[in-house]
Design a protein around this ligand. Structure first.
Ligand code: ACO
Length: 326
């Protein structure tokens, strides 16, 4: 018995920030941001908006497409590092918002790799026969964790949520395998001390001190991210006995268009086999892969029985990949 994704959805905050909007606040330029990152705009939370509401919206869309009611779910797993509460978990808040009780709901904290980790946990547990219908969500609001005066990080991140509904199913389709890795010794390449939840939105009066905002060693992270994403992609293909050239589409974590192109080049993959939407969303952390998956499906870039590969790398450091027969 395996697990198969039968519905996906995405939702975003309503405020769109273009590079030109950022030019008015920071010493930066549309040209710098586009050439170094590929990002043109991103969506950010503003005061009064709730990331749980946004995750619930994405979840309802995924459930509708799966033809399931929230009450039919047997578990909720959320990949996230963004919550207004240390506890309860984001997943418990989402469960409450979806109006369901009495099922296990928990978070997986792996920063930008959160959805990859959560999907792997869901698949392994479903293979073990524990649950038959699981909601897996990736959601983050890293825009609330930056120092809006620090141009090196403020331009990179956006917020959002992507959701998917998995059902247990025998047969050749579904998640074929996952590989997860982490390297705690690199924790200080990308980190944030968290005390303010998601209250420090773009428009909020309260501001994070620079010490409590995202700290990032960008160039080092860039080099390691490229190596890790290549490595984990090869490993998951090997593990499943699949040749890289047989993969129809790779949906990578959308941190930076240059990282994505460098990984594709090292893997010897054509650009048309790699999905990119970082231009419109920025780096939405754990939300980026499920948002990309939802958009790729909507754009008919994925067909039944295609082999698709999801991969990501993020703070921790963490990295991982899932291989799926759609
Ligand atoms: N606007 C204008 N200039 C800027 C900006 C900005 N927004 N940000 C930095 N600069 C300047 C710097 O101050 C520096 O100027 P200096 O040479 O006068 O000191 C110059 O641009 C070059 O800075 P670098 O940091 O060396 O630029 P680089 O080419 O490495 O690009 C970037 C920076 C985009 C952050 C890159 O290192 C990167 O993408 N790293 C990976 C980081 C990442 O993606 N993190 C997300 C989470 S991890 C993950 O998801 C994989």
């Amino acid at each position: 018995m395996g697990s198969r994704i039968v519905g996906t959805g995405r939702a975003l905050p309503r405020t769109r920030l273009s590079n030109q909007d950022l030019e008015r606040r920071l010493e930066t330029s549309d040209e710098w941001i586009r050439t170094r990152t590929g990002i043109a705009q991103r969506y950010v939370l503003v005061s009064g908006e709730s990331l749980v509401d946004i995750a619930a919206e994405a979840s309802h869309i995924a459930l509708d497409r799966a033809g399931l009611a929230p009450s039919e779910l047997e578990a909720i797993i959320v990949g996230t590092v963004s919550s207004d509460f240390g506890f309860p978990s984001f997943a418990c808040q989402l469960q409450h918002r979806l109006g369901i009780t009495d099922i296990p709901s928990f978070d997986v904290a792996a920063a930008c790799s959160g959805y990859i980790y959560a999907l792997s946990v869901a698949d392994a547990t479903m293979r073990a026969g524990e649950w038959g219908r699981v909601l897996v969500v990736g959601t983050d609001a890293l825009s609330t964790m930056v120092d809006w005066n620090d141009r090196r990080t403020a331009v990179l991140f956006g917020d959002g949520a992507g959701a998917s509904v998995l059902v247990s199913e025998p047969g050749p389709r579904g998640v074929l395998g996952s590989v997860l890795r982490s390297a705690g010794e690199h924790w200080n390449l990308l980190s944030v001390r968290n005390a303010a939840g998601t209250r420090c939105t773009f428009d909020a009066e309260i501001r994070r001190s620079a010490d409590n905002a995202i700290q990032m060693r960008g160039p080092e992270l860039f080099r390691i991210a490229v190596r890790m994403m290549e490595d984990v992609t090869r490993r998951v293909a090997d593990k499943a006995g699949v040749r890289l050239e047989d993969i129809a589409l790779i949906l990578p974590h959308q941190a930076n268009a240059r990282i994505i192109s460098a990984v594709a080049e090292r893997l010897g993959l054509n650009g048309d086999k790699v999905f990119i939407n970082v231009d419109r969303y920025g780096n939405t952390s754990a939300a980026s892969v499920p948002i990309a998956l939802d958009e790729a499906l909507e754009a008919h870039r994925i067909r039944d029985n295609d082999l698709i590969l999801l991969n990501a790398c993020g703070g921790g450091l963490t990295w991982g990949a899932n291989l799926i027969r759609w």
